[in-house]
Design a protein. Structure first.
Length: 260
């Protein structure tokens, strides 16, 4: 069995000090590769360094909506440089978060649109964070002209209606430990209707530890197997078959070259 954790924050302060041990445990669990996500420029630089140093680790670079107000005047130049590295496979995570509003919504929307334009110019895939802002997220994506086939909604937390809108626009949907939570019936209902070729799995480590390890404070890539197992049950397939499908999807979507 081979799995890919398509979204984990190995550069985050809670996971970075133990990243090498975590990657060993991931490989032992059948996780062939990880995509190291980032939330700001500093984390994007660290993610790139991790990807350069560790076999089977790829990275993305972007400014999260929480950090939009602090992006800086020349942040797009730095992002373009980071995204030009061969270890980088996407722009992200970017988007909108109206739950916390750590950055003013106007700044969030501006920085999101600017990064989408950068991704289009660089022909990069994008990894989207959206929380309590689905309508605006979809509208800004539509205005960007970026093909839906180049977009993944990460750590999906909506229901079938939102999933259907994203799928109709051509997007891929990634599910995290949220899909294993007892009260996440809507998320599992959404997962059941995603086509086989447009579903991904992730941990969003160090956050969102899945059942049955939900009490683990620092999530890690090895735990993606729990997400995959639960989704395989929801979709009426085996873990091995689902792992093979999601791995193939990740390779195709991000253009990954896996280690032997």
């Amino acid at each position: 069995m081979r799995l890919i954790d398509t979204h984990c924050h190995l550069a985050h302060g809670r996971l970075y000090p133990q990243r090498q041990d975590a990657l060993v445990r991931a490989r032992e669990a059948g996780v062939t590769a990880c995509v190291c996500a980032a939330a700001n420029l500093q984390e994007s630089r660290t993610a790139l360094n991790v990807a350069r140093a560790e076999e089977g680790v790829f990275c993305i670079a972007g400014v999260h909506p929480h950090d939009a107000a602090a992006a800086g005047e020349h942040y797009l130049d730095e992002l373009a440089r980071l995204c030009g590295d061969p270890h980088n496979v996407a722009v992200g995570e970017i988007g909108l978060d109206y739950h916390y509003d750590y950055s003013p919504r106007a700044d969030q929307r501006r920085v999101f649109a600017e990064q989408l334009a950068l991704a289009a110019r660089l022909a990069k895939a994008v990894v989207i964070h959206t929380r309590e802002a689905f309508a605006d997220t979809i509208a800004i994506l539509a205005e960007s002209g970026l093909p839906g086939e180049r977009v993944v909604l990460h750590s999906f937390s909506g229901g079938p209606g939102e999933a259907s809108r994203a799928l109709n626009a051509g997007m891929t949907i990634s599910f995290s430990g949220i899909a294993t939570f007892a009260k996440a019936e809507d998320v599992r209902a959404a997962a059941a209707l995603v086509p086989d070729d447009r579903v991904l799995v992730e941990t969003d480590a160090p956050f969102l530890s899945p059942e049955p390890v939900r009490k683990v404070r620092t999530n890690e890539p090895a735990h993606v197997v729990h997400v995959a197992r639960r989704l395989a049950e929801v979709r009426g397939t085996t873990l091995d078959a689902f792992a093979e499908q999601t791995t193939a999807n990740a390779v195709r979507f991000f253009g990954l070259e896996l280690p032997e």
